[in-house]
Design a protein around this ligand. Structure first.
Ligand code: HEM
Length: 507
């Protein structure tokens, strides 16, 4: 007994020493197997680096990047995440190794539920199915010709918004709300030939779509530490996802049925006449070709409506915020727009030709996309082992390329935190995916197919708002203290709605 008491501390010491040696050796061996890894902040057992990431993750990564450099290895639970925050790193991932990084994201429960088991375009794994859908999307749904054919929708929705603003002239209007309504109505009419924002039902659908984008943008614990998945059950998160998925499915079923009823068709029948006046119509034609099933149609329509609503509304909100914060830029923009439209009859619509001439407006929008990219990251997954910036990245690692950090990188931009649209005048830098210092729409094979659709709405609406109204901030709000706090989520919009006072412009 005495001998055992004496031996016990000795045994404990020996056990602890051997375990520590085993952990050190294991980590060294793992590191050797994994090759040269990117710099990595120290991490906690189980959580990895999750404790170092605030809800505004792009800002946390930026702060960590100042210490660990433009490529870092973090762990979300046990899952490796490569964070890339330089244009050189972005070019390696989105151009040199675009095919290797062709998968979108690790499959998460929320995505499976809300994107019909990833049958959509945005979350679908790289492969034949995705290639077919992307080609339908680029060549038929979002081609330049198709975007042009939706001009009448942008015109009608802009006129309605202008009338709503005129009705509240000289008192504060909630621009954030008006922008979401406008972008949702345009996206729904292009997708379904009909808008779904009116009445109590409409408000419910808008709330639902906002919930979808919040849920998709949220990292929840069970996705990264699977054995803690019970927390998502306990907190009601999984129940919420199931409820939203069910309601979204009911809405999308109604959209398809409305479309078929209006033509007296059953799904799969092609009927007569032009069916290509909306995304649902185009997709129903592809259903006949066997490229897509009913869930696939619903998943893609959701991509189009979610992709085309909050991102575009956030871009509009940030543009007006920065214009209010910089009255000199607002004045310059007003001069440009009003000079180009000076001989115009106020009742006729702004033409594409007139929009093309508005070079300063173009520069303002690029500056917004640099400083406030609505999606701060582009997320991709490595399909095989690959070397990036000299580091070994294992297959299955997720890479987050931060358009936000790259847009604020002093290596790319003079005074990166200053709002200076002039930097784009006479510059050939664009956001279409060829210039890696400006990648709000990503780049490469999986780059955003909606740039033309988004820009057509953004430029047209802004030109109208600047031409038809003079804007002031509500009483007691000074432009220099205008709130610009960001809202966490998949799309970085303003946290608080933007209010401003319109006055009908006097010429
Ligand atoms: C200001 C507006 C928008 C922004 C900032 C934006 C941003 C992005 C980004 C960053 C990606 C990922 C790109 C990559 O991985 O390289 C993406 C993908 C995508 N976007 Fe957009 N987007 C916008 C508008 C739209 C619109 C209007 C639509 C459709 C109507 C759309 C549909 C899509 C789709 C379908 C994908 C997935 C492409 C794929 O995985 O192959 N987006 N978008």
């Amino acid at each position: 007994m005495d001998a055992f008491l004496l031996l016990n501390p000795l045994l404990c010491f020996l056990t602890a020493a051997s375990l520590s040696a085993w952990f050190v050796l294991k980590r060294r061996r793992t590191n050797q197997q994994q090759g040269v890894q990117p710099p990595s902040p120290p991490r906690l057992p189980i959580l990895g680096n999750l404790h170092q990431i605030s809800p505004l993750a792009h800002r946390s990564f930026h702060a960590l990047g100042a210490k660990y450099g433009p490529i870092m290895l973090l762990h979300f639970g046990s899952r490796p995440m490569i964070i890339v925050q330089s244009s050189a790193g972005a070019a390696e991932i989105l151009k040199t190794h675009d095919l290797v990084f062709g998968d979108r994201t690790v499959s998460r429960r929320t995505m499976k539920k809300l994107a019909y088991n990833q049958k959509d375009i945005a979350l679908s794994p790289y492969g034949e199915h995705w290639r077919k859908l992307k080609s339908i999307c680029v060549l038929q749904m979002l081609s330049n010709k198709r975007v042009q054919s939706f001009h009448f929708i942008r015109e009608e929705e802009t006129s309605l918004l202008v009338e709503k603003i005129k009705a509240c002239c000289n008192s504060p209007v909630n621009l954030s709300e008006l922008f979401t309504l406008f972008t949702n109505d345009v996206a729904c009419r292009a997708s379904c030939r009909k808008k779904y924002s009116e009445g109590e039902d409409g408000r419910r659908i808008l709330r639902l779509l906002r919930e979808v984008s919040q849920l998709l943008g949220r990292f929840n614990i069970g996705d990264f530490i699977p054995w803690l998945g019970w927390i998502d059950r306990m907190t009601g998160f999984n129940r919420r996802v199931d409820r939203v998925a069910k309601e979204v499915d009911e809405f999308l079923e109604m959209v398809i049925q409305d479309h078929l009823n209006s033509r007296g068709l059953e799904i799969g029948e092609s009927g007569h006449g032009n069916h290509e006046d909306s995304f649902v119509g185009i997709l129903l034609n592809s259903y006949g070709d066997g490229n897509i099933d009913r869930d696939g149609i619903k998943a893609i329509i959701l991509d189009m409506i979610v992709g085309g609503t909050e991102t575009v509304a956030a871009a509009l909100e940030w543009t007006m915020t920065e214009l209010f914060k910089h009255p000199n830029v607002m004045d310059k923009l007003k001069c440009e727009v009003r000079a180009i439209l000076k001989d115009k009859d106020n009742t006729t619509s702004i033409t594409n030709n007139e929009l093309e001439q508005m070079q300063y407006l173009r520069a303002v929008v690029k500056e917004i996309m640099r400083m406030h990219p609505p999606n701060p990251f582009t997320g991709r997954v490595a399909r095989q082992d690959v070397k990036v910036m000299g580091y070994d990245i294992p297959a299955g690692a997720m890479a987050l390329v931060s358009a936000w950090a790259i847009g604020r990188d002093p290596a790319n931009w003079d005074e990166p935190d200053a709002f200076k649209p002039e930097r784009f005048l006479g510059s050939s830098i664009d956001f279409k995916g060829a210039d890696f210092e400006l990648i709000p729409f990503g780049a490469g094979r999986r780059g955003c197919p909606g740039i033309g659709f988004a820009m057509a709405s953004i430029r047209f609406l802004l030109a109208n708002l600047i031409y038809k109204f003079d804007w002031e901030l509500p009483l007691r709000t000074k432009w220099e203290d205008l709130d610009a706090t960001e809202q966490p989520g998949g799309v970085t919009a303003r946290k608080n709605p933007l209010f401003a006072v319109p006055k009908v412009a006097q010429f």
